[in-house]
Design a protein around this ligand. Structure first.
Ligand SMILES: [Zn+2]
Length: 276
C-alpha cells in the first residue's frame, strides 16, 4: 500500500537512527514524509532530513506552543522571533530546500496556562497563520483543550486564498469530537489521523472520523510518539503508519490500498500541489 506520513518528527539528538527509518519507510510503501519542526531540536532534525532526502522528506518549520512560554514574559520578542523564522526559511530557500508547510503551530491549554500564557500562544499562532498566507503554505496545527480558541484564530487570521484552494492546513493528531471536526472541515481544514485512532479507548474518535469526508483525511505517525497498535511499547517511526492506515481502512469499510491512495493524494494536494 502507498501512504504519506503527514506529520513526523526527527529530533536532532537521535538523527543517526533516522536514515535507517527512511529505508524502512520506503520498504513499507510510503510515498513521502512531512518532517515537522516546532522548536530548536525538531527544526534542526527536520532540516537535516529534508536536505538528505530531497523529494521524499518534505519540510515544515514553525514555532510550537512551548516557544510561547518566553513570549509570555516579553511580548515584544514576538516580532524578532518571527523575523528569525522568516530569515531561516529564506536561507533554506536560497539553498534550494523548499518549505512545504508552516508548523507545527497551534494552541495547547491542557497544562492549565495562565491567561498571559494563553495570549502569548494565540499571538504566536496567529502570526504564523499570517506567515503561512504570505508564503502560500498550509499549516500543520496542534490543538488540545483549546478548540474554540483554535477555531477563532483560524477564522480571524487564516488565509482566505488558501482556504479557497483547499490548502489552509490540517488539525494534526486529531483527538476532538464531531463538532470540532465539522467546524474544522467547514473552515477548509484537513483532519490528521494518528496512532491514537488504533488505541482501544478511541472508539469515540473512530466514530467521529467515520463521518468525515475522505478527501479531507490525512494519516500521520507524529513519531517518535503515539506508536499505533500493535506496535505499542516500541518507539514510533514512519514505517508504522501502515498500521494506522490499515485500521482507518477497516473502519471506513474500505481497503488499505484505497485509503492509502486517497490519503496520499490528499497530502500531496495539500503540501505539494505541483506534484499532486
Ligand atoms: Zn507533532
Amino acid at each position: 500500500m502507498t501512504t504519506f506520513d503527514s506529520h513526523a518528527h526527527f529530533p536532532s539528538e537521535t538523527i543517526a537512527e533516522h536514515e535507517a527509518q527512511i529505508a524502512r519507510a520506503r520498504a513499507a510503501g510510503l510515498a513521502g514524509i512531512l518532517a515537522v519542526g516546532g522548536g530548536e531540536s525538531l527544526d534542526e532534525g527536520a532540516v537535516t532530513m529534508a536536505r538528505r532526502f530531497p523529494g521524499y522528506v518534505f519540510l515544515a518549520l514553525g514555532l510550537d506552543r512551548d516557544c510561547a512560554a518566553t513570549l509570555a514574559e516579553t511580548p515584544s520578542a514576538l516580532k524578532k522571533t518571527m523575523a528569525d523564522l522568516r530569515s531561516r526559511i529564506s536561507a533554506l530557500n536560497d539553498e534550494g530546500i523548499p518549505l512545504h508547510a508552516i508548523g507545527e503551530t497551534g494552541l495547547d491549554f491542557s497544562r492549565k496556562p495562565t491567561e498571559l500564557e494563553k495570549e502569548a500562544q494565540i499571538a504566536l499562532f496567529e502570526a504564523q497563520l499570517e506567515l503561512a498566507e504570505e508564503l502560500g503554505l498550509p499549516c500543520t496545527i496542534h490543538s488540545r483543550d483549546a478548540e474554540n480558541a483554535t477555531l477563532a484564530s483560524i477564522e480571524r487570521h487564516g488565509s482566505r486564498v488558501l482556504r479557497a484552494r483547499g490548502r489552509l492546513g490540517v488539525i494534526h493528531c486529531f483527538t476532538g469530537g464531531k463538532e470540532f471536526a465539522d467546524a474544522a472541515i467547514a473552515l477548509g481544514l484537513h483532519i490528521g489521523v494518528s496512532g491514537i485512532f488504533t488505541f482501544n479507548n478511541a472508539s469515540d474518535l473512530r466514530g467521529t472520523v467515520r463521518t468525515l469526508p475522505r478527501e479531507r483525511l490525512l494519516v500521520e505517525t507524529d513519531c517518535p510518539y503515539l506508536t499505533p497498535v500493535p506496535m505499542r511499547g516500541k518507539p514510533n517511526e514512519p514505517a508504522m503508519l501502515v498500521h494506522t492506515a490499515t485500521r482507518l481502512a477497516r473502519e471506513l469499510g474500505s481497503t488499505p490500498e484505497e485509503i492509502g491512495a486517497i490519503t496520499t493524494a490528499n497530502a500531496m494536494r495539500l503540501f505539494s500541489p505541483e506534484n499532486a
